[in-house]
Design a protein around this ligand. Sequence first.
Ligand code: ADP
Ligand code: ZN
Length: 604
Amino acid sequence: MQFWRSRSNGRRSGAGTWKVVLAAILAIATIVGAALGLRSSGGERAVGYTEIAQIAATGAASEVRVDGERVDVTRASGERLTTVVSDAESRHELVQRFVASGVSVTFASAEGGPLGVAARVLIPLIALGALGATLLLRRKKSAAAGAFATSSAAGRVRFADVAGMDEAKDALTETVEFLQNPATFGRLGGRPPRGVLLTGEPGTGKTLLARAVATEAGVPFLSASGSSFQEMFVGVGASRVRTLFADARRAAPCIVFIDEIDTVGRARGRGGDSASGDHDQTLNQLLVEMDGFDHTTGIVVMASTNRPDVLDPAIVRPGRFDRHVVVPLPDLRGRMEILAVHARPIEMEGVDLAHVARGTPGFSGAELANLLNEAAILAAREGALAVQVTHVERARDRVMMGAERRGMVIDPEERHATAVHEAGHVAVGVAAEHTDPVHKVSIAPRGRALGVTHSLPERDRHLYRREYLLDQICMMLGGRAAEIEILGTMTAGAADDLERAAALGRRMVAELGMSDLGPICVKDPSARSQALLDRVEEVTRRLLEEQLGRARRIVDERRAEIESLVRALLERDTLDAAEIRACFPGDAAKKARWSARPALTQGS
Ligand code: ADP
Ligand code: ZN
């Protein structure tokens, strides 16, 4: 029961006994499996997720069997394919696709029949016995080998596979050099790296980058998610940290990667309940471990977060995570390079990646990869021979707004409320001067959302102006404004909007110095006091209230326009930019004049 995934890059092989025990377990399992008439695992072709997803989309399978993380697919031709989908949500989605196209799906369990009961009892017993034996043997064995499975060459990521991010890669070459030769590193006068904090939005490639560092240096990569240290039982988190580092010492030189470090590294000492006490213990243990090794230990801890602001100041003190590498959202060139990497295995026809890159400002690397994957799925579903521009465009909408959940039945009253809520966002989007053009609005349920309004920046923005950010908040609150003004009530559908608006507002006040509190920066831990934090909250609340007031006025002045938009939405579910403009003729004309103005005259 390992809670972290470990991967060695082929430097060390497992201990002899370990291999023998493994072989023994395999042999026993095979014999028992065959004797009980369970499916043998021979004859399947191992394929990637994409191939299975494409089959799922076209429904060209006769049978699907899900066994834990493994998905086995029998094609209509009788060919058997297998893949491992470790992400539960992706697996779920895959299964849903198969079900939707009428393929029979079974989940593995000990099968019925006369031998079923025996199988159910015997197999766990044998497994338990084998596990016990292994543990005993491992105890006796010296600590030299560790539990690192030797991974195949496939799946190794090098710097060349990480597109863009030249600066981040530059910043990490020193870490690579250190890991290649920890003992002599200090002699050249360099200060050896110990902790590297990667900060950036989700999906920007932080994990990918950390893996690439391990491959480039040729060292094992041990990873754990910050959230895996949070447990129901007090003390478990701390003991897991100890185990992780004990393994790391054995594997050194190596990289320990902690994803979502903010879940362990939140500032200590808030609240006196046992959960937060446990959290403090986990964090303390991490700090103790990091203080306990010097450069000869040869361990580099890399951690990623998108909330560096909430980290305990102790974490970023010298000698701990004192190297910071920012992993930004890709710019136009970066997007093009990422698209090029992920387009390699895909057959395309007439798709200009530069054009796609221009149309996807604000997309993360993960979203770009996902976009091409979705496009390939759409193309396969239609039986097209290659991915064409229309597939890419539809995939972009899907990635931006989430896939539609067809077949979900919505109560007409809820549908109306959703239409009004979205119409509120749209109204502010077209009426406010500094918002990006509204690109699409939909009340077809997607993912968790009942509706979405999407605006698309016309260009990459590098410097956000105060007016733009205020308009963003106003637009986020437009949904709630319409609920109040038009429905005369409030719905829970605005929860996400409120959260995002509050986060942006707080940032403007606390970090960007855009309020009457003046040029403060709460990110700086030494400047943080409870009194200041309280004032930040108060000023943020006022800012949100002002923008909600503004949104309500905008909505109130456009009742007729909103009514026509709501009618169109109820009729057609999804409206594009032209259809939206048609509902707001006055505002659309004004907006066109604004955006025709040369950018330089907009003041500074
Ligand atoms: P993070 O750890 O920042 O959340 P990941 O490293 O898990 O992001 O990235 C998720 C996926 O997105 C990667 O597996 C890869 O397919 C894609 N990706 C993200 N950034 C890049 C990049 N710069 N180059 C190539 N692929 C990328
Ligand atoms: Zn909303």
